[in-house]
Design a protein around this ligand. Structure first.
Ligand code: UD1
Ligand code: CA
Length: 466
């Protein structure tokens, strides 16, 4: 696809009143990233020379996402912000961006609240625009219930004839309201024709706004071609205006993601119960079991079985792991590890190859060595655990003194008996053994046995003496 001299404009200044939220509309999250992030991710796959983003309402939220965020869109040099101080309509929004558009440029305009449009559809729109040598090309769709949307009025009653104008529902008569071909709000323009037409639009309509859609009537009246590109799947053009539409779009999007991964060789049991966020990466022969949610930028390598009932936020999981009924966040799980059921891996955990983390074990900010095990009822925080270590049931690293966090170091092959308290800062040398029930407050040297508990007293014949 030749997109030289093609730029994109994203309209994202509107308030989104119907979300009834302090969060501005395009910043609402869908499948792990803001609506605007989805639109930019799609645009990024097409070689636009520039992407202008028109911001206004809630612009601090939008700008800080664009500047920082996971992707830092503004740092690429392709994206640029345009401010629309007051939101006087879609036409007014594009007027603010005119200084960004060089002469002779083709401009694609998309809305920041339509996260489901695909690169294929946008590429198709651009291809039609070029092949028709049109002044403007509108992405249209057929909708059984077109209420609320702009209607496409064509020269003759045919999908291929030129578009003469677009009429907003609020300004439509009964005939126009009966039209089921709608304006998706996505267009390609010859930049020069757009500039010329925008100079002539007026806010004399039901909403007292500068409509971008008035540009098409202007062009058509001057015998400049307005072409249409009708998309097959109207759902893809769904715009988000309230939480019902957001939920519907999110469901549609999760379904799309699942299908994509299943086609890539991922096995899913009861796929409808599995959620995979947009930036998750999976390999073939990963198995996902019911009620599993893979979030953020989690990645999972081949042969691993995740779930049921497991949530992973931005984790990296190696090959052939089993993670069941567990919650993990920003953890790195090495190849062949067993996690769960009912484990919690918190931020900063690194499990090395073939480690076992069992039921009711919580681990935080810890490197846990190769083939080491903590199989039951344990808390390990701020620790460094070597290889082939056995951590007995009920072991606690007492890492917090009420003010500061301290470190526990456990050497290779150490054996921590059940119900031990390791009061940090403390270290247990390689091969050392800690007797069950001990509270360890001083370092234990390599190969030593440390036992800290009162002698056992035995009173014989207690039952008969009572
Ligand atoms: C618009 C179209 C309508 C189309 C529909 C598809 C117009 C006049 N109408 O209507 O034909 O069927 O989209 O969803 O264009 N925005 C700004 N600044 C503004 C106003 C809006 O940036 O001053 C942005 C919004 O943030 C949004 C987009 O433009 O991303 C569309 O605006 P919206 O108010 O939702 O337009 P609709 O009434 O839905
Ligand atoms: Ca809209």
């Amino acid at each position: 696809m030749d997109t030289s001299g093609v730029m994109a404009l994203v309209l994202a200044a509107g308030k989104g009143t119907r979300m009834k939220s302090a969060v501005t509309k395009v910043m609402h999250n869908m499948s792990g990233k803001p609506l605007l992030g989805h639109v930019l991710t799609t645009l990024e796959t097409l070689p636009f020379t520039k992407i202008g983003i028109v911001v206004g309402h809630g612009r601090q939220q939008v700008e800080s996402y664009l500047a920082q965020g996971e992707e830092a869109w503004l740092s690429s040099g392709v994206c640029e912000v345009v401010v629309q101080e007051e939101q006087w309509g879609t036409g007014h929004a594009v007027q603010q961006a005119l200084p960004l558009i060089p002469p002779g440029c083709t401009v694609m305009v998309v809305s920041g609240d339509q996260p489901l449009l695909t690169p294929e559809t946008l590429g198709g729109l651009l291809a039609v625009h070029k092949s028709e040598v049109a002044a403007a090309t509108v992405l249209t769709a057929h909708m059984e219930d077109p209420s609320g949307l702009g209607r496409i009025v064509r020269d003759k009653d045919s999908d291929v004839s030129a578009i003469t104008r677009i009429v907003e529902e609020k300004d439509a008569d009964d005939f126009v309201r009966g039209i089921k071909e709608i304006n998706t709000g996505t267009y390609c323009f010859d930049g020069d024709a757009l500039r010329q037409a925008l100079a002539h639009i007026r806010p004399d309509n039901a909403q007292k706004e500068y409509y971008l859609t008035d540009v098409f009537g202007y062009l058509s009246e001057r015998d400049m071609l307005v072409a249409g590109y009708k998309m097959r799947d109207a759902q893809e053009a769904m715009g988000i205006n309230d939480h019902c539409q957001l939920a519907a779009a999110e469901e549609f999007f999760y379904d799309r993601i699942r299908r994509r991964w299943m086609k890539e060789g991922v096995k899913m049991v009861c796929p409808g119960s599995i959620l995979i966020d947009a930036d998750v990466r999976l390999e073939a022969d990963v198995t996902l079991l019911p009620n599993t949610w893979l979030r953020g930028n989690t990645s999972i390598k081949k042969g691993s079985v995740i779930g049921p009932q497991t949530s992973m936020m931005s984790c990296q999981c190696g090959e052939s792991c089993v993670v069941s009924y567990s919650v993990a966040e920003e953890a790195v799980i090495g190849e062949g590890c067993l996690v769960g059921p009912f484990s919690r891996l918190r931020k900063g955990c690194v499990l090395e190859a073939r480690a076992h983390i069992g039921n009711f074990v919580e681990i935080k900010n810890t490197v846990f060595g190769c083939e080491s095990k903590a199989n039951h009822l344990t808390y390990i925080g701020d620790a460094e655990v070597g290889e082939h270590v056995n951590v007995g049931a009920g072991t606690i690293t007492c890492n917090y003194d009420g003010t500061n966090k301290h470190k526990t170091v456990i050497g290779d092959r150490a054996f921590i008996g059940s119900n031990a308290n390791l009061v940090a800062p403390v270290s247990v040398g390689p091969g050392a053994v800690i007797g069950a029930g001990s509270t360890v407050t001083r370092d234990v040297p390599e190969g030593a046995l440390a036992v800290e508990r009162a002698d056992q007293k035995v009173f014989s014949n207690w039952e008969t003496r009572k």
